[in-house]
Design a protein around this ligand. Sequence first.
Ligand code: URA
Length: 189
Amino acid sequence: MTAADERLDALHAEIRAHKAAGCGFEPCETCTNMVPGEGPATASVVIVGEAPGAKEDQQGRPFVGNAGRLLDKLLAEAGMERDDVYITNVVKARPPGNRDPRKDEVAHHWPWLERQLELIRPALLVPLGRHALARFAPEARISEVHGTVLEAEGRRLFPLYHPAAALHNPGLREQLVEDARALGRALAP
Ligand code: URA
């Protein structure tokens, strides 16, 4: 295990322990498990979703439900496996009833994501869906920038539609597969 992996593990432990911190923010207090993220500190790609859902909350792991299964297929289309990438969310605790996270909750969780990105320093960051995209490039529209490389605030982004949105929308699913292949090409040396 590299020193960076150890630092990332320590950060994960800090996030998990936060549930008992009594911070007063609803998702941190009502969740079953905090969901820090997972993957190697050496990953050149970081995938960022919005917030954990019910399955993720139960298991303490990101993208382990239906959207996660589709994400695994998309990674395969891009020529990668789940273990090659680091996967996390903007918000590390499930908002009750899967409601959208509030602004102050996002701000409360944001420093953890910044520390994760600081440790991993990915070549490419993949925000999933318009909510995650808005945290990195507030002016960008997912309908215009999905499947393309975008530079924002010193970061190289490759936004994709959120896999959950494509689960019941075959057109969006086709687009996501096409964009995942474009991601593979963008990563090719
Ligand atoms: N949707 C997300 O945005 N993140 C998860 O971890 C699961 C579903």
